[in-house]
Design a protein around this ligand. Structure first.
Ligand code: SF4
Length: 397
């Protein structure tokens, strides 16, 4: 089982409780991005071209814990940027585990050997190593040779020290089902506890715009992979119904509030993939976001999206409503032969809005405002308010 039984029970209990209390929107996984800085520059990444002042920002330990307190999700995925570049990361992880949250620390693995002794194995903690396929696929995806080998070494090291390890595999246009299937076999041989897979989302800022999948291609690719996977015992960390959705068998609509994202900018609207504004608090995010304006069929930027940040929560909620359905899919695997469900119509979607530059400008203004020295008296020496070291010397004399 890719997800430990206790985790499945606790998360299941949480979801049922939300339904029983009639809560319309609730978080399943808190996404935390305590920094955007990375030590790679992947072609499919939409987060690496911020100005240096923004890349130098970090969420503090307290801000990370506060984000957890605000959202209250049972699972937390810490991503970035590269989280292992954050000096307080061991304390952040420890603090979240102490609260009995299931924490996935997403990393490209390059710093894992250097940092691994700062972390302890726990049933509440899992490394989530980025691996977009076999050696050639992954090194092409991260635009650097040798990264695959280091990620594999990181997986082996983490497993040898008793950690739980999953891999995070994003697939792009041109991925070959046979190669992906062979790669999943290899991952299982390495002893990873689970695979998390998804199609790449076409970030408007990603350097490579040519290799993102549309929904039709996504469904065909995953069908072909899952057909090859029959009987091969791959373990996925995702809901069987989400996998069934990827293979074109579920008519799901996006529920982006299921995976809210807190970054150095605040709470991102509406999801992990789109930065269409920021809320100061989780409450404000939930209450003031026009959720109905997002999702496939509602918004042009969502047209090709089938990513877990929008649709996995939908799958989990479906499992609560139709437990017999998830049992059937879990037993027999995603459907690969019957006709796919009809695609959501894009006829009434609203056009995309592009305000990345305005967002960056607003954040830069905030940063320079917070960096300005205060004009008022800052210290008192011998009972006298002083604003400079020269005055302080004079006051002290
Ligand atoms: S469909 Fe949902 S998850 Fe995907 S980009 Fe749109 S709002 Fe985000």
């Amino acid at each position: 089982m890719a997800v430990p039984l206790m985790q499945a029970v606790r998360v299941g209990r949480y979801v049922v409780k939300q339904h029983l209390t009639g809560r319309k929107r609730y978080p399943l996984v808190l996404m935390l991005e305590p920094l955007f800085r990375c030590n790679l520059a992947c072609a499919g990444c939409g987060k690496i071209d911020y100005p240096a002042q923004i890349l130098n920002q970090r969420m503090s330990l307290q801000e990370c814990l506060d984000a957890d307190t605000e959202a209250g999700a049972p699972v937390i995925a810490v991503a970035g940027g590269e989280p292992l570049l954050h000096k307080e990361m061991p304390q952040i992880i420890e603090g979240l585990i102490a609260r009995k949250k299931y924490v996935y620390l997403c990393t490209n693995g390059l710093l894992l050997e250097k940092k691994i002794n700062d972390y302890k194995p726990s049933p509440f903690f899992s490394w989530d190593i980025h691996l977009d396929g076999d050696k050639a696929m992954h090194d092409a995806s991260v635009c650097q040779e040798g990264v695959y080998d280091r990620a594999i070494a990181a997986i082996k090291l983490a497993k040898s020290k008793g950690f739980r390890v999953s891999i995070n595999c994003t697939l792009f246009d041109g991925a070959q089902p046979e190669r992906v299937a062979a790669f999943f076999d290899e991952a299982m041989k390495l002893g990873v506890d689970g695979i998390m897979t998804a199609p790449g989302y076409a970030y408007e800022r990603a350097p490579d715009q040519e290799h993102f999948l549309n929904r039709q291609k996504t469904k065909q690719l995953f069908r072909d992979i899952f057909r090859l996977g029959k009987g091969r015992k791959w373990r996925f960390t995702q809901s069987p119904l989400f996998l069934n959705f990827l293979a074109g068998n579920e008519n799901y609509h996006c529920t982006p509030w299921g995976k809210p994202l807190r970054t150095v900018f605040g709470w991102q609207r509406p999801c992990y993939l789109l930065g269409e504004g920021y809320a100061k608090s989780y409450k404000e995010l939930m209450e003031d976001t026009a959720w109905d304006q997002y999702g496939t069929g509602a918004y042009e930027k969502c047209a090709d999206c089938m990513v877990h940040s929008g649709y996995e929560s939908t799958a989990v909620m479906d499992a609560v409503r139709r437990p017999w359905h998830i049992a059937k899919v879990a037993f027999s695997g995603p459907e690969t032969e019957k006709p796919m469900v009809p695609e959501i119509s894009l006829a009434n979607q609203r056009p995309a809005e592009y305000d990345y530059d305005a967002q960056v400008e607003a954040q830069m203004e905030k940063l320079s405002a917070s960096a300005k020295p205060s004009r008022g008296p800052r210290v008192r020496v011998n009972g006298k308010a002083v604003t400079s070291s020269a005055e302080a010397v004079g006051a002290a004399e």
